[in-house]
Design a protein around this ligand. Structure first.
Ligand code: COI
Length: 349
């Protein structure tokens, strides 16, 4: 059931400390945004609906249930020390969503509609942006094929919706495992699209990794089973002896916005050499002095151990490294307007 959000009444104050120990989970807040697309009308103007108790009514034949037309994004609103609410590179999320949708033959909102939906949803839920330093408001834009199909074909109707949840840390471990029986994506497949199916396919490897006490699976390429691709929900970096940062080249991996930001910060701010190329597991195990993973949800976290072919390999000293720490700090300071934003990445609400 959907009820238009018309609430003009003063919002309830929050209990002090509500944001002291945030996890990473779905919560219903005040309002979310939804817009419909049909072949006849194109995108109709979106609007806000009440988030509490909100559910969607979909045909049993909705494409998303059968053939997986679903793409999504993830970005964060943060509260600065001065109390402003800021977004990080939302235009890049809008563009990536359009690219993901195009791969799955889905319509996507324009960049400006995406931004309007995201900003409006954050504004109306502004009281749920955690206090400075306590977490962030995770923003989840989604497009699904809602029109019914039976044969394999694109839907004739779509929904675009945006909801938000206050979150703390995601993942948070530093040991990963290369599983012998799992690839994430194949060349020319959908690995570069942020589509639900990629994440559904990662659930079993993730479970297997966790059962062995690793934070996540680290995937190798599907062609040679040799080159590192990424984790289930984060991109991979390593640092070589000479200080060069290496990261798997784009192709079948997600073109991460944090990944792109780390490349820019490392090369333009710190002057470190950064190379996007094939990164073999052997090279990382024998030559890396540091490794780390990055993503919107995960931010940037060190990898101290990679399990490969049943053996735990410490990376470098086996302790979190200084370059990962410097990059994370610089990134967070830029995101919170505590360091010059040389690239106009931060958008104030
Ligand atoms: C993100 O980092 O925003 C993602 O979408 C990853 C997701 C698995 C939580």
């Amino acid at each position: 059931m959907l009820k238009p959000f018309t609430d003009q009444s003063p919002l309830q104050p929050q209990a002090p400390g509500w944001d002291d120990s945030l996890g990473f989970r779905y919560q219903e807040l005040d309002a979310f945004w939804l817009a419909r697309w049909s072949e006849k009308t194109g995108w109709e103007p979106g609007q806000l609906y009440e988030h509490q108790g909100a559910t969607l009514e979909l045909s049993l034949g909705a494409n998303v249930f059968h053939y997986g037309q679903a793409v999504f994004e993830g970005l964060k609103a943060r509260r600065t020390r001065e109390g402003k609410i800021v977004l990080f590179r939302p235009v890049d999320n809008a563009r990536r969503m359009r690219a993901s949708a195009a791969r799955l033959l889905m319509p996507a909102p324009s960049v400006s509609t995406f931004l309007e939906a995201v900003k409006t949803t954050v504004r109306v839920n502004a009281r749920w942006v955690p206090g400075y330093g306590k977490g962030s408001l995770y923003i989840r834009p989604v497009i699904i094929g809602s029109g019914p199909v039976l044969g394999v074909a694109p839907a004739s109707e779509y929904l675009f919706f945006v909801f938000v949840c206050p979150v703390g840390q995601y993942m948070g471990g530093d040991r990963v495992i290369v599983l012998t029986s799992a690839h994430r994506a194949a060349p020319y497949g959908t690995g570069a699209a942020k589509t639900a199916g990629n994440y559904a396919a990662s659930l079993l490897p993730q479970r297997m990794a966790k059962e062995k006490h690793y934070v996540d699976a680290l995937y190798l390429d599907a062609r040679e089973d040799r080159y590192i691709e990424e984790l289930s929900g984060a991109n991979f970096f390593a640092v070589l002896h000479d200080g060069t940062l290496i990261t798997p080249a784009l192709g079948s991996i997600l073109p991460g916005i944090t990944r792109a930001s780390v490349i820019t910060v490392a090369s333009e701010l710190f002057g470190w050499p950064v190379v996007e190329r094939k990164v073999s597991i052997d090279e990382v195990l024998s030559h890396a002095v540091e490794a780390f993973y990055v993503g919107t949800a995960a931010v940037l976290a060190p990898i101290t151990v990679i399990n490969y072919q049943g053996v735990d390999h410490p990376i470098g000293t086996g302790e979190p490294g200084p370059r990962a720490r410097m990059l994370r700090q610089a990134l967070e300071e830029i995101q919170l307007q505590e360091r010059p934003d040389l690239w106009d990445w931060v958008v104030e609400l």
